[in-house]
Design a protein around this ligand. Sequence first.
Ligand code: PEP
Ligand code: MN
Length: 360
Amino acid sequence: MENSKQMRTWLDDMKLDHPLVIAGPCSAETEEQVLKIAHELKDSDVNYFRAGIWKPRTRPGMFEGVGAIGLKWLKKVKEETGMKTATEVANKAHVDLALEHDVDLLWIGARSTVSPFIMQEIADALEGTDKIVLVKNPINPDLSLWLGGIERLYTANIKNLGAIHRGFSTYEKTKYRNIPEWQLAIEFQNRFPDLPLINDPSHITGKRDMIFDVSQTALDLNFDGLMIETHYDPDNAWSDAAQQVTPTVLKQIMRDLKIRKETNSEEDYTKELSNLRAQIDVIDNQLLDILGKRMKTSDGIGALKKKKNVAVLQSTRWNEILGKMILEGESRGLSEEFVLKMFKAIHQESINHQEKIING
Ligand code: PEP
Ligand code: MN
């Protein structure tokens, strides 16, 4: 598939002059809370007002959403502010109620996308709908599972589809709540270039002060929109307090983001260039991560050598590695000269690390 948009989608039909914005609280808490936030957002770039009605919580006993009554509040939002509405559905009962209350955009949460049974149940319940349906990535970094969920909806004749990238759960603690794995999102765009892809920096970061940077990276990587959790009193929100921003902050984020629009060929060039550069930045960071990991492993070997009183330099092993890597590099279009230089540098760094450990 070519990596250029060819089909018109529901998003093109909206003719926006900025990325799509979905904003509103993680959860609908009370009628007053929902309406107050909605009124604060109505004169902004926000296109869809979001609020979770049924909340998938990791542990029981936490706030699990207000349930169907919240759908009436969303209806009021539409009447009073003119904003369209969005909520998460996770089974047939949710779908039926959301359709009955005329919610405009439904999304499927990360914990539902992992389950083919749930995805099929939702697809069947939504069959033929002209509502917009967005599928969040599954909690684990499995592209097929994500694509499979979307295929089930497509097969159920649901045409106004899109996806939301909300990051992936990891065992390792990182600075993110859910690690973005940008490479996977880029691969997703290559597979489905015509499918609008929205970024959810709130669930990726888990922290409000990281939202701007992740949003900017997403726009640089050609994402079509953002979903940002917004609450007038974030610290006292009933769910996801640390990651919600106030409507004022949201508006400031929207003003500060650099948005690169497609209009003429000169801008096409700049846009394509900055998109490729953003991809390079992601890959360079991955290179550093992986080199850091390699040095940590090498430190482990250093400690072992120290314990067993073995010399740092093991020439036979090193020559074997080099020979293998030159061949591997060749098959990836890397010259022998480059592979040699790079591995010599890596090896030297490893030796420096191990010497520090053995002598230190
Ligand atoms: C949400 O959007 O509030 C939500 C529960 O998200 P996710 O499915 O990404 O965890
Ligand atoms: Mn949330």
